[in-house]
Design a protein around this ligand. Structure first.
Ligand SMILES: C[S@@+](CC[C@H](N)C(=O)[O-])C[C@H]1O[C@@H](n2cnc3c(N)ncnc32)[C@H](O)[C@@H]1O
Length: 299
């Protein structure tokens, strides 16, 4: 390991906003019976100094660009970036510390262990930013698979939202299929976020509101828009969807890849289903359509 990384790991120990539980703590009773971490259900008191407000997660946050910028823009909410890589989290935690951001925390853990850290209804929204599409791996590794949705349901409040922003058409289409086969309302979707070039004043081409019947009390976005049917109308995307660009997004934009975006509500009774392949999601087709992402070696 290089000196730079060692220095970052040592500094990580000093950041109050960074929680780095050992895997042993979580796995004390085995992989199928994760031990609750003491912070579970107590993030507001233990990590946010009693600052009440909805909690928003960024899963696979890398250097935490979304976590940091959303926290700056929305001081009434609390943001937690989750990733396994200490050197990337160092960047986010260092910036949060230098800027004195009191509504930011970072959690170093495998997302597979996420239920050990959050109690029922503790989280309001989840951002999945440029998650690894896991093109060749088991779908259970995709952060929008039925297996992960099952985990998120332990702590996401009713009406909570999942945001997926990705260059990967494969992951976008996979996630759309997961939503469809489970009847989950897709609130917003676009296969080319920047295609209209008009900033955030109007919905870009490709955005549609697929489930206008979602009850208004289930979605703050719908409530803000008047809480009525939105068929045929457009509501502005939050500015941050276009204005905040992560490390990976910048790289993919430079490669000329379109960026996709989707918001869906995972409320669901009964077990989540994975899409059938190829009837619901033709993985072989979307794998071949993936483009340059396929050759990137960063999974
Ligand atoms: C492609 S990078 C994207 C990082 C950042 N969101 C961005 O857009 O720049 C994916 C990130 O997810 C993290 N990651 C992937 N699988 C994970 C898992 N199972 N548990 C924790 N972190 C994971 C990786 O460490 C990596 O930082």
């Amino acid at each position: 390991m290089g000196h730079g990384k060692l220095r970052k790991f040592a500094e990580n120990e000093t950041f109050h906003c960074l929680l780095q539980p050992s895997a042993e703590e979580v796995l004390a009773d085995g992989y199928f019976n994760l031990a609750d971490h003491p912070v579970k259900g107590r993030w507001i008191e233990q990590m946010f100094g009693g600052h009440e407000g909805p909690i928003v997660l960024e899963l696979g946050c890398g250097k935490g660009e979304y976590t940091l910028e959303l926290a700056r823009r929305n001081p009434d909410k609390n943001y937690i970036g989750v990733d396994i890589k200490g050197a990337r989290l160092w960047r986010g935690a260092k910036t949060a510390t230098e800027e004195g951001l009191c509504n930011v925390a970072f959690l170093r853990t495998r997302i597979e262990f996420i239920t050990a850290f959050f109690g029922p209804d503790e989280v309001s929204e989840i951002w999945l930013t440029f998650s690894d599409p896991q093109l060749r791996a088991s779908e259970n590794k995709r952060l929008s698979s039925a297996m992960f949705l099952e985990r998120y349901r332990h702590f996401l409040r009713p009406g909570g939202i999942i945001h997926l922003k990705t260059d990967s058409r494969f992951l976008f289409e996979y996630t759309r299929s997961v939503a469809t086969v489970n009847g989950l309302p897709i609130l917003v979707e676009t296969t080319d976020l920047y295609s209209d070039g008009q900033g955030h004043g109007t919905a870009p081409s490709g955005v549609r509101f697929a489930h206008p019947t979602i009850p208004s009390e289930r979605s703050p976005r719908f409530r803000a828009a008047g809480g009525t049917s939105l068929r045929g109308s457009t509501i502005p995307l939050p500015a941050e969807v276009r204005e905040v660009q992560t490390f990976y997004e910048t790289m993919f934009l430079e490669m000329g890849l379109p960026i996709t975006y989707m918001e869906f509500c995972p409320d669901h009774d009964g077990p989540y289903l994975n899409p059938r392949d190829p009837e619901d999601f033709d993985s072989a087709y979307w794998r071949t359509a993936e483009g340059p992402r396929r050759s990137l070696n960063h999974q």
